[in-house]
Design a protein around this ligand. Sequence first.
Ligand code: ADP
Ligand code: ADP
Ligand code: ZN
Length: 214
Amino acid sequence: METFRLMMLGPPGAGKGTQAKRLADRLEIPHVSTGDMLREARRKGTELGEKAAEYMEAGRLVPDKVVIGIVRERLQEDDAETGFILDGFPRTRPQAEALAEMGVELDAVVNIDVSDDEVVNRLGGRLSCPNCGAVYHRDANPPAVDDVCDKCGSEGLITREDDRPEAIRERLEEYHKKTAPLIEFYEQRGVLENVNGEASPDEVADAIVEQIGA
Ligand code: ADP
Ligand code: ADP
Ligand code: ZN
């Protein structure tokens, strides 16, 4: 059986989560989102959640050691054996090196390219379901019924605290400084697939499927 060990790369708000969920359904492999795992830990009030909270609120990256640990554990679970889609990890060079040291060889790194202006627009309008994690956009992708989650039916979509203007600026800076260098890192390893993210979600999905041969 063919395996898909994939990673979504791109600035905050590029559409990594939106596309990773679609691909995970299509390929029947788990969607491994470090952001989702960290938010879950915060909701539960675990030690991990407490460690991550102040960084996340400020829009800064959580220390490498913390995220490397949770990814290592997650990828050891049975469902990750035939493939997975990493979303939001690695985000720094040390994280990428740690992933390689775990013995993980990525088949493809999908780099979703969008401008900083589009990032600000997308994150500024993002609405998230606090119950199931589904993601919407005020204008580009609203729920069918105002303020009600299409997926789970719960009422009260929220703006993530790190989707406020101050935190958005900080996250973009972190991205350019620490994450963007991974584009070259993976290009050198021959696995980079560049996709234009400034198209409709359907168009972006089609381009990804075509480029990775899924
Ligand atoms: P987005 O996809 O909108 O950029 P995420 O949900 O992936 O946001 O991440 C939210 C926050 O969680 C990040 O701003 C950061 O504080 C933390 N985080 C998630 N993944 C990582 C990671 N790999 N390394 C460090 N921090 C991370
Ligand atoms: P990321 O995981 O990279 O932070 P998301 O998938 O959460 O990005 O998307 C960020 C915001 O942009 C959400 O509000 C989402 O609904 C919206 N969005 C995602 N893809 C597109 C697209 N192709 N066009 C317009 N808006 C999009
Ligand atoms: Zn929901």
